[in-house]
Design a protein around this ligand. Sequence first.
Ligand SMILES: *Cc1c(COP(=O)(O)O)cnc(C)c1O
Length: 364
Amino acid sequence: MEDHSIKVNFCSSEKEKPKSDQLQFGRVFTDHMFIMDYSAPLGWHDARIVPYQPLSIDPSAMVFHYGQSVFEGLKAYLNPDGEAQLFRPEKNLQRINRSNDRLCIPPIDEEYALKAIKQLVAIDKDWIPEAEGTSLYIRPFIISTEAFLGVAPSHNYKFIVILSPVGAYYKEGINPVKIAVENKYVRAVAGGTGEAKTGGNYASSLKAQELVANSGYAQVLWLDGVEKKYIEEVGSMNVFFKIDGEVVTPKLNGSILEGVTRNSVIELLKYWDIPVSERRISMEDLRQAHQEGRLEEAFGSGTAAVISPIGQLTWNDTDLIINNHETGPVAKRLYDTLTGIQYGKVEDPFGWIEKVREPSKVKS
Ligand SMILES: *Cc1c(COP(=O)(O)O)cnc(C)c1O
């Protein structure tokens, strides 16, 4: 029987931690990381927590050439008792396996991976910043490492988890952003990899983002890749509109990434008895709703910002100003409740919080 315990090799000296008010996103990493390897005969093996360090990988490794890789993003939060806690981490692990399936990467054991993430967070718990709105970002990812230039699924992989203390997303309060509707480039198409969390989707989105950033927009609104009529996502977030008292989000169609935050928003709205529906929604329908004064709110949802209100949508030559550039009541209530649950300040009626035990208990 193989030994599946996680070996731990502690770092010899700890790095200096950044000050809570100077944190950015994803620039600084903690003292340790988790790695396990995959090879065709052994399966996933050699699980270990080691000092954070560069990897040594063959230049012909497949990930560098054909992009066979997947990733996840979630956060660890400190609750008022000083305990570390995760928000629906099992959802991220289920999703990495769906992404794995799409990219022909062998599945990981979700329970085992969750145990590894919790142990890593427990070891680096002192890196979770304490200031309001800050957290420890957790980035699990898998890369194909076989040294081979043939186009085929790799026989070797690494599953790695790194941690990064991140600052508050909204330093001056939650503020609506300007979004440009993208008519030329598309992020994903049904049948492609849009519903998988894989680097290629991001690589292909950079161009559109760069062009609109030059004109002062925060992000693009992605339309469907076939007719360029139907709304899909906003930047790397899912998108919601409140029209006539009903909250609407595009129905999952194979090219939309199924966000954990999206799912949580839908569940909360149902819990509050606010009408919510997942359906196809065209840009023309949205424009008409706006013209008739029925478009009440618009916002994006994702782990990084949680809720990101949209104050303006520019579509060709038309500017749709939404809720007078102000955060709407539903967006605000969702933001306060979700962050309240995540930081352990609001009751969690759904069982979404998963506590991380202290290292002493993890080791016994
Ligand atoms: C990760 C991601 C989201 C948001 O997912 P969450 O699980 O809510 O963080 C939305 N769209 C895209 C394209 C993404 O990659």
